[in-house]
Design a binder for this molecule. Structure first.
Ligand code: ADP
Ligand code: TRP
Length: 321
C-alpha cells in the first residue's frame, strides 16, 4: 500500500495540522510505504516571499521529523525537487473541465473573502492530483478540508484512464472523524489563514498567551454548562490530555463551578506536556541541519525515480512518446 500526503510551507504548523494530518500520517508509516512531502510549489499560490518560503520549508521538515516521521521508513522530500510533477499537471490540466475547478471550496472561499486569486490558485487541485497520481498512491491521509481535492484527483484519474487507457490508480482519502476539523482559538476551524492557530512549537510564553486567548462566552463559573462538550478548550483538551483528565474537566464544566481561566490553564499544561519529547527532538535536529537536508535529498532521489516511471507511462498513454 502506498500512502501519500503533503503539507504547504506557508507558515508555522499548528494543532489542526498535527491532529488532522501529521499524527495520522505518522501512524500510517508502519502500514505501508509512505511518501510525505513539503508542498513548496503549492505555497507559491499564496506566499510571495522567497526567504519566508525557505525558512518555512526547513521549519516543516524539522516539525515532521521531531513529531516522529521516520526517514528510514518513509520517503520524505520537497515537492519541487521532483519537477516531473509539473509536467504531469499539464497533461491532467488538458482534461480538467473549468467547472470542476470552479466548484472547489478552497478557491471559492478565497474569492468570497475578496482575496486576490491567481491562475495557480485556481489550478491548485490539478497540481495536487498530479502529486497523488505520480506516486501511484492508494491512501491519502488529510483533514476534512482536503477531501474535495482527493475527489477531484479521482475524477481526473478516471477521465485520463477513459481517454487514454488504464494509467492511474484511484486514491482514497483517509480522514479521521475525531480530528477532521480541529477548532482554533475562535472556535472556527484552526487555520493559518484565519489567525486563530495554536502552534505545535514555539516560545512558551507566547503559546501560553495563545491558549489563554481562546474565546469563551460570558457565563459565570458557577453556572452549569450542559453544552460543555462543545467548548473549544474541552475539545482541544481531549486531544492532548489523558481521556480521564479531559472527562473530569468536561464534567466539572457541565456541573458548574469550574472557571474558564482554570480550564485553559489545564489545557496549556497538557498541551505543553504532550509535545515535550518532540520539542526536545526538534532542538537536537536544529543543531544538525545538514542531516535534515540530507534526509530531504535522499527522499527526493527516491521520489524522483518513482515519479519518472509513472510520468513515462502517462506520456506514452497520451501519445507524446
Ligand atoms: P491551513 O488551513 O492552516 O493553511 P493546510 O491547508 O496547510 O492548513 O493543511 C495541511 C493539512 O492539515 C491538510 O491535510 C489539512 O486538511 C490539515 N488541517 C489543517 N487545518 C486543520 C484543522 N483545523 N483540522 C484538521 N485538519 C486540518
Ligand atoms: N493541498 C494540501 C494542503 O493545503 C497540500 C497538498 C499538496 C497535498 N499536494 C498534496 C495533500 C497531495 C495531500 C496530497 O493541505
Amino acid at each position: 500500500m502506498r500512502i501519500l500526503s503533503g503539507i504547504q510551507p506557508s507558515g508555522a504548523l499548528h494543532l489542526g495540522n498535527y491532529f488532522g494530518m501529521m499524527q495520522p500520517a505518522i501512524e500510517l508509516q508502519h502500514e505501508g510505504e509512505a511518501f510525505y512531502f513539503i508542498a513548496d510549489y503549492h505555497s507559491m499560490t499564496s506566499l510571495f516571499d522567497a526567504e519566508e518560503r525557505r525558512k518555512n520549508t526547513l521549519g516543516v521538515a524539522l516539525d515532521f521529523l521531531a513529531c516522529g516521521l521516520d526517514p528510514e521508513k518513509t520517503v520524505f522530500f520537497k515537492q519541487s525537487d521532483v519537477p516531473e510533477v509539473t509536467e504531469l499537471t499539464w497533461l491532467l490540466m488538458t482534461l480538467t473541465p473549468m467547472g470542476l475547478l470552479e466548484r472547489c471550496h478552497s478557491y471559492k472561499d478565497k474569492v468570497a473573502r475578496g482575496l486576490p486569486v491567481n491562475a495557480g490558485l485556481f489550478t491548485y487541485p490539478v497540481l495536487m492530483a498530479a502529486d497523488i497520481l505520480i506516486y501511484d498512491s492508494n491512501v491519502v491521509p488529510v483533514g476534512q478540508d482536503q477531501k474535495q481535492h482527493v475527489e477531484v484527483t479521482r475524477d481526473l484519474a478516471i477521465k485520463f484512464n477513459e481517454t487514454y487507457g488504464q494509467t492511474f490508480i484511484l486514491p482514497e482519502p483517509r480522514i479521521r472523524a475525531a480530528t477532521a476539523k480541529v477548532p482554533g482559538t475562535d472556535g472556527a476551524k484552526m487555520s493559518k489563514s484565519y489567525g486563530n492557530t495554536i502552534e505545535i512549537f514555539g516560545d512558551e510564553k507566547r503559546l501560553r498567551k495563545r491558549v489563554m486567548s481562546i474565546v469563551m462566552d460570558s457565563r459565570t463559573p458557577e453556572e452549569p454548562k450542559p453544552d460543555a462538550d462543545q467548548n473549544t478548550a474541552i475539545r482541544l483538551l481531549r486531544l492532548v490530555a489523558p481521556p480521564e483528565v479531559a472527562q473530569e474537566y468536561e464534567d466539572r464544566l457541565r456541573a458548574g463551578g469550574l472557571g474558564y481561566g482554570d480550564l485553559k490553564k489545564k489545557l496549556f499544561e497538557c498541551y505543553w506536556a504532550f509535545f515535550e519529547e518532540p520539542r526536545k527532538r526538534r532542538a537536537e535536529l536544529e543543531k544538525n541541519l545538514d542531516y535534515v537536508q540530507e534526509v530531504l535529498r535522499k527522499g527526493a532521489e527516491k521520489a524522483r525515480s518513482v515519479a519518472a516511471v509513472t510520468l513515462d507511462r502517462a506520456r506514452r498513454a497520451c501519445g507524446l512518446v
